[in-house]
Design a protein. Structure first.
Length: 278
């Protein structure tokens, strides 16, 4: 395989459950870049929540890319130039946030430095493995945002949003996500990034859509790409790549469509797989 690019989801894929990159994984990804292979992080995270990982992997020294907001934006790590951006317009964002008021969910929207929520403190949700957590604190800390409370997000939002993030208890979200999406299904894309996050972006947006626009312009074709992922929002990059690799901890939907399955994110799955090629 003539590898020209490696595409990596972040949570559940690149980072461990402790939200760190293992030394073995970091070393092999830096070596890949030194060998001329482009490394791209592709995540549901906002761009701000990806920079520290890009710098750790030296993407800023090797012209790597960040595909953020599930594909709604692509940024060149070396020049900081935004190569692609497609957002929900302001009125649509307002309508979505107004619609969400009838559901027992926690909406979040983003500015440059702040994340905006209804309530900073009362946001406990049940995780799949038992304990509860303050989901707003979790998202803000992970993505390096300051927090701002706004009683009415629909009235507050005054600019296009790359995505609207909807958090909730996993069992409840599974019951209502179709009802949440129904009024907007012709004009938005909806996907789960984790069982407790359902995310809305502009229609047609996914990680592979924006990735393809940027890579083909630089002569990198799908057959030159290895992609790694674990969640529903990684399906597009697994199907797009010449080699789509599911992590051992991936959801069944991704395991079923992947070309290969590697070890989990807690067992250096990326590094173990790439050792075959690098």
């Amino acid at each position: 395989m003539d590898i020209k690019a490696i595409v990596l989801d972040i949570d559940g894929t690149l980072v461990t459950t402790e939200k760190v990159i293992s030394k073995k994984t970091r070393d092999i990804l830096i070596k890949a870049q030194e060998n001329g292979i482009k490394v791209i992080l592709a995540s549901g995270r906002p761009t701000r929540g990806m920079w520290h990982l890009a710098e750790e992997l030296e993407l800023d020294k090797h012209n790597g890319y960040l595909v953020s907001f599930n594909g709604a934006r692509v940024t060149d790590c070396e020049t900081k130039e935004v190569l692609f951006n497609q957002a929900l317009d302001t009125d649509l964002s307002k309508n979505i946030l107004e619609h969400l008021k009838q559901f027992d969910v926690i909406p979040m929207i983003y500015g440059d430095t702040h994340m905006y929520v209804n309530d900073v403190y009362h946001n406990e949700i049940q995780t799949l493995d038992g304990p509860t957590m303050n989901i707003v604190e979790y998202e803000a800390r992970m993505c390096h945002f300051q927090l701002s409370e706004q009683a009415d997000l629909a009235a507050f939002v005054d600019e296009p949003q790359n995505k609207v993030l909807i958090a909730g208890n996993p069992d409840y979200l599974q019951k209502v996500y179709q009802e949440i999406h129904a009024p907007f299904e012709d004009i938005t894309s909806g996907v789960f990034s984790t069982p407790f996050y359902f995310e809305l972006t502009d229609k047609g947006i996914d990680k592979a859509f924006s990735l393809n626009k940027v890579l083909t312009a630089h002569g990198i074709l799908p057959e030159n790409v290895i992609s790694f992922g674990d969640g529903q929002n990684d399906r597009s990059i697994i199907e797009y790549a010449g080699m789509g690799v599911a992590m051992g901890n991936a959801m069944q939907e991704i395991l079923d469509i992947a070309d290969e399955v590697t070890l989990s994110n807690d067992h250096d799955g990326i590094a173990v797989f790439l050792e075959r090629y690098i």
